[in-house]
Design a binder for this molecule. Structure first.
Ligand SMILES: NC(=O)c1ccc[n+]([C@@H]2O[C@H](COP(=O)([O-])OP(=O)(O)OC[C@H]3O[C@@H](n4cnc5c(N)ncnc54)[C@H](OP(=O)(O)O)[C@@H]3O)[C@@H](O)[C@H]2O)c1
Length: 306
């Protein structure tokens, strides 16, 4: 999806007397669009909150596709578009493909997937299957999962782009032990996107990874914003401090997202959920004030005591 593509939101906004106010509300900020960040070196921008779809896609086997469809509709209705996924098994991937092909979603999503195989032919076969099962001629972003067989798969990705089956290329890491090989890679190659773990309780990416991506003009997608839920378990029923209201923050999910979002390197944060209410809450974190540098320090100090 590009800036020049007319989306359902654009069409609604263009209808006189209807405008963006008619779009589903994101709480007190119903009349605002979700803020977007530019993909460096392009005219395209992405809404800052996306969906990490591992959990709802895996749950299709027991719960069917509707929970995933509900969470994706909530993402889109709140101004989001980025959905990150990766191939699992043909049944799951076909169900994912059916959901993202529904009329209300088909042209609204920025689809990011991955290759997690080793070997040139294995990787190519995995991506051919992905396209077939997702019912697409092309996807927006293809990433090498956790730097797996990186040199080989990077060549595959470049071939796919030449063939027109993918628009942007990326690599992912989700643990700090991969920061060093990631740094070596981006110093010699220039992916469009890097996906990296970053949260208020996992801040190591601030030291070298985020400044490096900013210097190199690489878009950053954040994973593990809630440490896969461990953040909530650690906080228990502790209340969110009253001073968080200064930057329109009411919940611990918003607290972590509002800590992440002001960083200038960040393009989009993936939040994983199978709960539409959580998706709405996560989208809401993009709206309203964000903390300034002093407030961010105070937030980090508080989390360090937990
Ligand atoms: N190497 C890689 O490429 C890699 C590795 C890890 C992750 N990722 C990507 O990053 C995405 C997100 O990271 P993650 O998987 O670590 O998950 P995460 O977003 O850090 O945490 C997900 C957990 O938080 C809960 N949650 C979400 N929103 C909430 C809210 N508002 N209030 C309370 N609980 C909430 C979810 O449960 P509910 O369902 O109950 O909301 C889920 O259990 C993944 O889906 C994937 O796309 C990539």
């Amino acid at each position: 999806m590009t800036d020049s593509t007319l989306t359902r939101r654009d069409v609604l906004a263009a209808i006189p007397g209807l405008g963006l106010a008619a779009l589903p509300a994101s709480g007190a900020f119903a009349q605002e669009e979700m803020p977007r960040r530019r993909i460096p070196g392009t005219d395209e921008s992405l809404p800052v909150i996306g969906l990490g779809s591992s959990k709802p896609v895996t749950q299709i086997a027991e719960r069917g596709p509707e929970p995933l469809a509900n969470v994706l509709r909530t993402l889109v209705d709140n101004g989001g578009s980025v959905v990150d996924t990766w191939p699992r098994n043909p049944d799951n991937d076909a169900a994912f493909g059916e959901v993202i092909s529904r009329p209300e979603l088909r042209d609204e999503l920025f689809i990011a997937s991955k290759i997690d195989r080793s070997g040139r032919e294995e990787g190519a076969r995995q991506f051919r299957d992905t396209l077939r099962l997702y019912r697409r001629d092309a996807i927006d972003l293809l990433q090498v999962f956790s730097l797996t067989d990186l040199d080989t798969q990077w060549k595959n990705l470049q071939d796919f782009r030449e063939q027109g089956t993918v628009r942007y290329l990326g690599v992912t890491v989700a643990t700090k032990d991969l920061y060093e090989p990631l740094a070596r890679f981006v110093e010699k190659e220039k992916p469009d996107f890097v996906q990296v773990n970053y949260s208020i309780s996992e801040r190591e990416a601030e030291e070298r990874m985020l400044p490096l991506m900013q210097d190199r003009g690489i878009a950053v997608i954040v994973n593990r914003p809630f440490m896969n839920g461990d953040l909530f378990a650690a906080l228990g029923d502790r209340p969110v401090p009253e001073w968080a209201a200064e930057f329109h923050c009411r919940t611990w999910a918003e607290f972590s997202l509002k800590y992440i979002l002001p960083h200038p390197a960040i393009t989009c944060v993936l939040t994983e959920t199978s709960n539409p209410a959580h998706m709405r809450e996560n989208a809401r974190a993009a709206f309203g004030r964000l903390p300034d540098a002093a407030q961010r320090r105070r937030m980090a100090e508080l989390i360090d005591t937990v």
